[in-house]
Write a protein that binds this ligand. Structure first.
Ligand SMILES: [Zn+2]
Length: 428
């Protein structure tokens, strides 16, 4: 019996972090779409009927069937959206006080209840898959939210989770309290290569799909316009964490906003750079060559800049200009870019789909921005065989918007139909 269990474990690991099991399938459904964006193309296809049997798409054609038809003839249908950088356990943290309040005054249990509401919101906004990049002090609560969704207990997107994340002593809040006052931290505090390896093993043991590290802090703009930082982990520490995660067939996401954090992360071989406000040209080149992903999270920067500036950190405003320049250089360098918002870093009552508008403002075509949240995001999550596009054989994760997102990408903020695994979660 034990041998069989071990065998099954190995098989499941080879398949990568499974996103989710879907709820009980429904009978055959036909979606009559005014147009579709299939996840790959630069153009919309007009008047398309998507046939869904159980949890899968079985055909994409034009024939108008009789039976269980959902009329979306005034809508554009798209693959279920993917937000590859969220925090369902966080309720916005513009200021340090917002963050401290949540960790000091709210129990992890209460935060988990709020987290279930955020998971529902993500689904309603059209995000049928999310990569949730750490719980900010709420332990392994993300694993439980994911489990409750997968078991059909609560509605929510398919989730890949990072659990506790890691940073070094003195680098991550809560900070600034007297030495004799024990306070919680938003991460698992890890020092040294061996502690890093142990934390990777521990987090995977308790359900982490991804390992998340914080690679830099304390940002400042140099005279030459470069965004500098203080790296947290040493290169040796980062390499050990990445090596251990990869050895266990898990991927690593690195919060890296500036020069040294990004460089060390790229050198250590992480799988995705989160935020990347400044990335040196040489590192962009390495990322493009190795296929390292860039998850720029533009909107949250806009959202927090003013508040943090008023709190005495005007660097956040300057960082936006630097970020735009980096984004444009990354596109030019051919770096793979995935849609991610840092939802939770801003309040979940704000629709994370605002990110699309900023990506287009900074130089992407609407189709590129949509791919970053569908087929490209699916590749980052390792689920491109089952999700990320509308084609026969794929899981029926489909959303719809009233209008043409290629003409005006902000209609992505008006998703009015959501299907996940063939189950209608929201309709016009
Ligand atoms: Zn984040």
């Amino acid at each position: 019996m034990r041998k069989i269990l071990v065998h099954l474990f190995v098989i499941s690991c080879l398949c990568g972090p499974a996103l989710a099991q879907t709820p009980a399938p429904t009978p055959k459904i036909f979606l009559k779409c005014g147009a579709i964006f299939d996840g790959h193309s630069d153009q919309l296809r007009k008047d398309v009927v998507i046939e869904i049997d159980g949890e899968k798409i079985v055909s994409v054609g034009t024939s108008a069937p009789s039976g269980n038809v959902i009329d979306l003839s005034r809508e554009t249908c798209l693959p279920g959206l993917m937000d590859t950088h969220t925090h369902v356990l966080l309720q916005g943290d513009i200021t340090a006080a917002d963050y401290d309040q949540q960790l000091l005054k709210q129990s992890p249990e209460y935060r988990t209840i709020l987290g279930t509401v955020n998971a529902r919101r993500a689904l309603d906004y059209g995000f049928t898959s999310i990569r949730d990049l750490e719980t900010e002090g709420a332990g392994y609560a993300d694993v439980d939210i994911k489990r409750a969704i997968n078991h059909g207990v609560i509605p929510g997107p398919r989730m890949q989770v990072a659990t506790r994340a890691m940073d070094v002593t003195g680098a991550y809040p809560l900070l600034g309290y007297a030495p004799n006052v024990p306070v919680p931290h938003g991460v698992q505090v890890v020092d040294g290569a061996e502690e890093g390896r142990k934390a990777v093993r521990e987090q995977i043991m308790y359900g982490a799909d991804w390992i998340k590290v914080y690679s830099d802090r304390s940002y400042f703009v140099r005279g030459d316009g470069v965004l500098d930082d203080i790296p947290t982990f040493t290169l040796d520490e980062l390499k050990a964490i990445v090596d251990e995660a990869h050895r266990e067939r898990h991927k690593v996401a690195s919060h890296a906003m500036a020069l040294n954090g990004v460089h060390n992360s790229v050198e250590a071989g992480v799988d995705s750079i989160e935020h990347g406000n400044y990335i040196a040209d040489a590192d962009l080149k390495t990322m493009a060559t190795r296929g390292t992903w860039y998850v720029p999270t533009i909107f949250v920067g806009e959202y927090v800049a003013e508040g943090r500036s008023k709190e005495g950190a005007p660097v956040w405003v300057k960082m936006l200009e630097i970020h735009e320049d980096t984004f444009r250089r990354a596109m030019k360098a051919g770096v793979k870019i995935a849609f991610g918002t840092d939802a939770g870093g801003f309040d979940w009552s704000v629709n994370p789909a605002k990110e699309f508008g900023f990506m287009v403002k900074w130089g992407m075509t609407p189709a590129q921005a949509l791919r970053s949240a569908t087929s490209a995001a699916a590749e980052l999550l390792g689920v491109q065989d089952s999700l990320g596009s509308i084609e026969p054989g794929k899981l029926a994760d489909i959303v719809a918007v009233p209008g043409d997102p290629l003409a005006d990408v902000t209609v992505m903020e008006k998703v009015n139909f959501v299907m996940k695994g063939g189950v209608v979660e929201r309709r016009p």
